[in-house]
Design a protein around this ligand. Structure first.
Ligand code: IMP
Ligand code: MG
Length: 480
């Protein structure tokens, strides 16, 4: 009887939370809280990423940090049946093949687990899990209660305004299951710091899979006790890359660098990139946001490559392409609008016949909820063609890898990349560049087609614009 009353109360609270105007992640957290309290257990809400191969902890209650950050959960290893639509009960969590990290479960004092699917539009998009300290044979009443909560979570996810928006657009990205792409993950995860949420939104825009803080790496021990840990902020499964953002001032980064070195010693196989405050601010500024963003640049502070230097380099690249493609007729594809000067000069120095075409893609604009889209596709067919992508600058490589995937799907005979500028410092997506004009330092550049907020494209040289740092105070220090 008591239990019935608890479940009724929990349902009432969760329904009220779901019906509130709070952000999605808070509404999901309220559901998890209600489950944990009424069942006197730990609970978590886990969502599938859009490739449906990884699970993302969206919200949790009453579980130790080391358990939540035990590593990336593979959808096919961790309670797989739940995602086929069935509730699953595991009486002995320390000893069950359906648990991906049984030793961790034992260490966290988890005796039994109940998993219930969250069903949206006929398919599972995630699950709610209940973790008890005492061994528990979940009753049909317990299971029915968690199913109700999972249905509520589905209602919350369905009522997310973004979901309605994605369903309206008939996107080019139709390969991504609607129910999964509708889960804007940056909206359903609770972040420790706003910079992380911002970064997640950029990743979401480019449809790059990410998992927030999936794993803590123990770095030092005292006997059996871990005395130092490192939890990178993001893991990008598609790139097999961990990313640590640091908004600390450069001078305070030494400690973190030491941790990173230690991590590399212990796990040389782990790929990790540290984005410093400067890198991060510059990355944001590129999209017109963050402390370095200015409404306009105030002139040019330094010329990096003069018109003559550019001319010489472009001629050399054209010579190389002409000889490499001597017996073929390449199709050169430029991406609007930065390629304009480079491509115009390049093709005039190429001595073999070529075809040219253009495409345009939407650009992350800071607050947008949209995803990257090709706004103008090429007109010529790439089937069996030798395609050369012509880029102005490759920075993170995110745009380029998106476009390359798109072109590759069209079935070209070969696909190469020719970029005027290559800025390695902030590379995230590891793309192969076949022809590179200049390797540029980690500075924002304009001119010769490149812009700052549409300005300076018509300069005949490439230079560094004067972007005054705004006087905003340092963002508060951050945990790992
Ligand atoms: P990525 O996707 O981060 O590699 O960004 C590539 C695109 O961002 C380029 O094609 C440019 O349009 C733009 N971009 C990146 N860095 C600069 C820069 O320093 N000046 C102007 N545009 C830039
Ligand atoms: Mg571009």
């Amino acid at each position: 009887m008591n239990k019935e009353r608890d479940y009724y109360k929990a349902t009432r609270l969760a329904v009220a939370a779901v019906n509130s105007p709070s952000p999605l992640k808070d509404r999901l957290a309220a559901i998890v809280r209600s489950v944990a309290r009424s069942m006197k257990s730990g609970a978590s809400l886990i969502l599938l990423d859009s490739t449906r191969s990884k699970l993302i902890h969206s919200s949790s209650r009453g579980l130790p940090q080391f358990y939540l950050r035990k590593g990336v959960l593979d959808a096919d290893k961790s309670l797989y049946e739940v995602l086929t639509g069935q509730p699953v009960t595991i009486a002995d969590a320390g000893n069950d093949s359906r648990i991906q990290y049984p030793a961790m479960a034992a260490k966290a004092g988890i005796a039994s687990i109940l998993g219930v699917p969250i069903m949206c539009g006929g398919g599972a998009v995630g699950s709610i899990r209940v973790y008890t300290r005492e061994r528990c044979d979940f009753s049909s009443q317990d299971i029915a209660f968690v199913i109700t909560m999972a249905n509520l979570a589905a209602v919350a996810l369905n009522s997310d305004p973004f979901r309605q928006k994605t369903e309206e657009v008939d996107t080019l990205e139709s390969s991504i299951p609607v129910e999964a792409s509708a889960l804007r993950r940056s909206r359903s995860v609770t972040f420790a710091h706003p910079s992380e949420e911002y970064f997640a939104r950029i990743l979401d825009f480019y449809n790059i899979e990410w998992v927030y803080e999936p794993r803590s790496f123990p770095l030092r021990w005292n006997g059996d006790t871990v005395t130092e840990m490192f939890t990178p902020d993001f893991y990008l499964p598609g790139l097999d890359l961990y990313i640590e953002l640091t908004t600390l001032r450069q001078s305070l980064v030494t400690h973190k660098n030491r941790k990173l070195r230690r991590l590399k010693e212990l796990h040389p196989e782990v790929k990790i990139t540290l984005l410093y405050k400067n890198d991060y601010d510059r990355l944001l500024a590129k999209y017109g946001c963050g402390p370095l963003a200015q409404t306009r640049a105030h002139g040019i502070s330094r010329v990096l490559y003069s018109a003559t230097e550019i001319e010489d380099r472009v001629r050399a690249l054209a010579g190389q392409i002409s000889s490499d493609y001597a017996s073929r007729r390449p199709l050169m594809v430029g991406v609007q609008r930065g390629f304009i000067c480079f491509m115009a000069d390049l093709i005039r120095q190429i001595t073999i016949p070529v075809d040219i075409d253009f495409m345009a893609i939407s650009y992350y604009s800071g607050d947008s909820d949209s995803t990257v889209r090709i706004t103008k596709d090429i007109d010529l067919s790439v089937v069996g063609r030798h395609v050369i992508m012509v880029e102005d600058i490759v920075d993170t490589g995110i745009t380029l890898s998106y476009i390359l995937n798109h072109l590759q799907a069209g079935g070209p005979a070969s696909l190469a990349v020719c970029t005027l500028l290559d800025r390695r410092a902030r590379r995230l997506a590891d793309v192969r560049l076949d022809y590179v004009g200049f390797e540029v330092p980690d500075e924002f550049v304009v001119g010769y087609g490149l812009d700052y907020r549409e300005e300076y494209r018509n300069l005949p040289f490439i230079g560094i614009p004067t972007l005054e740092k705004s006087s905003k105070k340092e963002i508060s220090p951050q945990k790992d």
